[in-house]
Design a protein around this ligand. Structure first.
Ligand SMILES: Cc1ncc(C[n+]2csc(CCOP(=O)(O)OP(=O)(O)O)c2C)c(N)n1
Ligand SMILES: [Mg+2]
Length: 251
């Protein structure tokens, strides 16, 4: 029988590696969808017993509570350093960090850049929602010019706060980075593409090709103070202009 018409493939089910714990994410948040993709990819690669995720400080601090693999918690921004140690000590394990833009592009910029420059065989999953979601919607280095946040209520003024930091563009220049891509999860088509990108990144890490960084240009319905529908629209109309989707580097 054709795979597509098998009854089990007609059921839209939860990934096997996701447990029944209720998620704390807001309705419409990108984190939940990315969690699902990570769980599916690890399962499909048969790596559930051999994957270690490094959970960050930020809204994804409870990631360990949702995906049934091994996890290690890291201090704010330090996930790539912890991942470096874990991967070097356990080269056969698949190791990834899962970091927000406040975590990765503010307090953890140094750890991120140096891990990528060393070409650690890890995957960095980067959730860029242009805001500090967990702490109440403060400005992040990635906040768009003119974007209103709790700490720039008149909109980000680049003369005061500088320009939105395009971390993926920086990482492209580093010799240790083998794959850098920008994805999103606001449509079914985008989700499909994003899953392929994640799989490629995880395969790179096991093939010892260097560091792969998968940026998810994401929404934050609470921080942006928008409905899920409007947040997705705002993402397409504003975020993609600054953070265009697609592969930036694929060695
Ligand atoms: C050392 C340290 N500094 C500051 C904080 C406060 N803090 C918690 S989460 C966070 C920002 C999280 O933003 P982001 O990484 O973008 O994740 P999001 O919640 O948006 O997914 C900050 C500043 C902290 N917990 N520890
Ligand atoms: Mg954020």
């Amino acid at each position: 029988m054709n795979d597509i018409v098998k009854p089990e493939n007609l059921v839209y089910s939860k990934p096997r590696l996701m447990n029944d714990n209720p998620m704390h994410y807001c309705p419409g948040c990108s984190h939940g969808v990315v969690h699902k993709l990570i769980a599916e990819v690890i399962d499909e690669m048969g790596m559930e017993e051999n994957t270690i995720g490094i959970a960050p400080v930020g809204c994804a601090v409870f990631a360990y509570n949702y995906i049934d693999i091994d996890w290690e918690e890291a201090a704010h921004g330090r996930a790539p350093a912890i991942a470096t140690a874990i991967k070097r000590l356990n080269p056969d394990k698949m190791v990834f960090t899962y970091q927000g833009d406040g975590d990765l592009a503010a307090i953890g910029t140094a750890e991120t850049i140096h891990a990528c420059n060393r070409g650690e065989n890890i995957v960095i999953v980067f959730i860029n929602n242009a805001i500090y979601g967990m702490t109440g919607g403060q400005m992040a280095p990635t906040t768009l010019e003119g974007m209103v946040t709790a700490t720039c209520p008149y909109g980000r003024n680049v003369e005061l706060y500088g320009y939105p930091l395009k971390i993926s563009d920086l990482v492209v220049k580093l010799d240790g980075a083998c794959y850098v891509t920008r994805q999103s999860v606001e449509t079914a088509a985008a989700v499909k593409k994003a899953k392929k990108a994640l799989r490629h990144a995880f395969e790179n890490s096991m093939a010892k090709k260097g560091t792969s960084l998968v940026e998810f240009v994401s929404t934050c319905v609470s921080g942006w103070k928008m409905s899920p529908e409007n947040a997705n629209k705002w993402l397409q109309e504003n975020m993609f202009a600054k953070y265009p989707l697609g592969d930036l580097k694929n060695v």
